[in-house]
Every structure is written in structure tokens, then in C-alpha cells.
Design a protein around this ligand. Structure first.
Ligand SMILES: [Zn+2]
Length: 248
């Protein structure tokens, strides 16, 4: 069974999240799978912490607006930066760092990784890494492939370059890219929130994004519920079990 068939099994079966697919609860299946594959999708933590991630930026308008909202709620997040965008908007990348957020690698050109050779995958990661390093002086250590697509070649290449692969908690895909309506985005994230979740948002969406408006509701609601918003590295650091790529 490959990664996607396992992840989508609950949908295929038409079962709501908390129902059991087999005798093992979904949450535990996910945890076991994550451990086996070395891909991080959720972190076990005793803290009431949640990690927001923003992919595909920076974007001159969207990212700055997101940074303003995060600041208002003292929230820290992880930005999966596209190297090409960082080249265009280095000041925004510097702002992300200066306001305490984490930068992570989301390739240089956000090309489809499905048919790339090992050398091409390597080049996409390294080129983005160098760009972020030259702008901020920071070495990225977390990687998310475009569309979350993973295979052995991508995993191995990322591992050899010293990266940990981060996807997102499967029930915490905000689907903000599809612009389903602010209420839908809010409801999806807030009603599913659990400690250790990794939530997927985007800070570069073509057309009128609903992400900022949704964040203005999500952040205070989750804060009210006692959640703090932390970077992926901080979330990983709170876990006694350390995950690495390839480790069982
Ligand atoms: Zn992306």
C-alpha cells in the first residue's frame, strides 16, 4: 500500500475521521506510518501547541498581510519558501526571520517532482537552500516537496542533503488554495484542531485569497481554546521521540 492510498483510506471508505477503519484507530495508524517512513505529518506533544505552515511564497501582498495577522496574535509559523520567489522578494523573507518565524525549503521553482531525476531533485533543493542562505544567513533543514508528492528518490535525496521531510496532518489541509470560502477554511481547521497538528496554508494563491480573513478568525478562536502557535522545529523539539528520515 502506498502513502496516498493509506492517507485517503478513510475518505475512500466514506468514514468520518474518528471512526475506526480497522481495529487500530486512524490516529495511531497515521503515527505508525509516519514513524516508518520518516515523514513528519503530526507530532506527539504534551503541550497545547499547533504548527501553522505557509507554502509557495513569498508574495508581496499576501505574505505581508499574513505576517501582520500572525504578529497580532503572537503566533510563530513556518514558511515553506519557493527559492524563485525569495529571489524576487528578499525583504519579505528577511521580515519572516526577523519576526521569529521559521524558513523551510519548498524547492527553487516549484516544478512537478513526479518525473525528475535525482540530479534534478537535488538541484531544486540546493538552489533554493543557497538562495535562502544568501538572503538570511540561515540554513534550511526542513523540506516539503511540491504538492506533498513523495517517492523513494525524493526522500533519499532530501535525506542525503540533511533534510527532514514535513508534510501536514491529513485532516488539517485547509484547502485554502481552492478558495472554498472563509467559513469553510475556518471550520476545517478549528473543528479538527488537536495538539501537535501541522496545518497547511498557502501565502501565494492566484486570485483573491481567503487565507488572511480565515486566519483572523482561526487565530483568536484557537487561542481562546488555549493553543499556542509554534514553528515546526519547536514542535519537533517538544517530542521525546526524535524522528529522522529512514528511521524506523
Ligand atoms: Zn507548494
Amino acid at each position: 500500500m502506498n502513502i496516498w492510498s493509506l492517507l485517503f483510506l478513510p475518505f475512500v471508505c466514506g468514514l468520518p475521521f474518528h471512526h475506526e477503519v480497522t481495529s487500530i484507530p486512524v490516529e495511531k495508524q497515521l503515527h505508525q506510518y509516519t514513524e516508518q517512513q520518516g515523514i513528519i505529518k503530526k507530532v506527539q506533544t504534551d503541550h497545547r501547541w499547533i504548527a501553522f505552515t505557509f507554502d509557495d511564497g513569498p508574495d508581496p501582498q499576501e505574505t505581508n498581510e499574513i505576517l501582520d495577522v500572525l504578529k497580532q496574535y503572537h503566533a510563530k509559523a513556518t514558511f515553506f519558501v519557493v527559492g524563485e520567489q525569495a529571489t524576487k522578494y528578499p525583504d519579505i523573507v528577511r521580515r519572516e526571520v526577523s519576526e521569529g518565524h521559521e524558513l523551510a525549503n519548498h524547492t527553487y521553482s516549484h516544478t512537478d517532482f513526479k518525473h525528475l531525476s535525482k540530479e534534478e531533485v537535488k538541484e531544486e533543493i540546493v538552489k533554493s537552500e543557497n538562495e535562502i542562505l544568501s538572503i538570511t544567513g540561515q540554513q534550511t533543514i526542513l523540506f516539503r516537496p511540491p504538492g506533498g508528492y513523495c517517492n523513494d528518490l525524493i526522500m533519499k535525496t532530501a535525506e542525503q542533503l540533511g533534510y527532514t521531510v514535513i508534510l501536514w496532518t491529513w485532516y488539517q489541509d485547509s484547502k485554502d488554495w481552492s478558495k472554498p470560502g472563509v467559513h469553510q477554511i475556518v471550520n476545517r481547521v478549528v473543528s479538527n484542531a488537536h495538539s501537535g497538528d501541522i496545518v497547511l496554508f498557502h501565502d501565494r494563491i492566484s486570485g483573491k485569497s481567503q487565507t488572511v480573513k480565515a486566519l483572523k478568525v482561526i487565530l483568536p478562536e484557537l487561542q481562546e481554546q488555549g493553543y499556542s502557535f509554534v514553528t515546526i522545529s519547536k514542535l519537533l523539539g517538544s517530542n521525546q521521540i526524535r524522528y529522522h528520515i529512514g528511521q524506523n
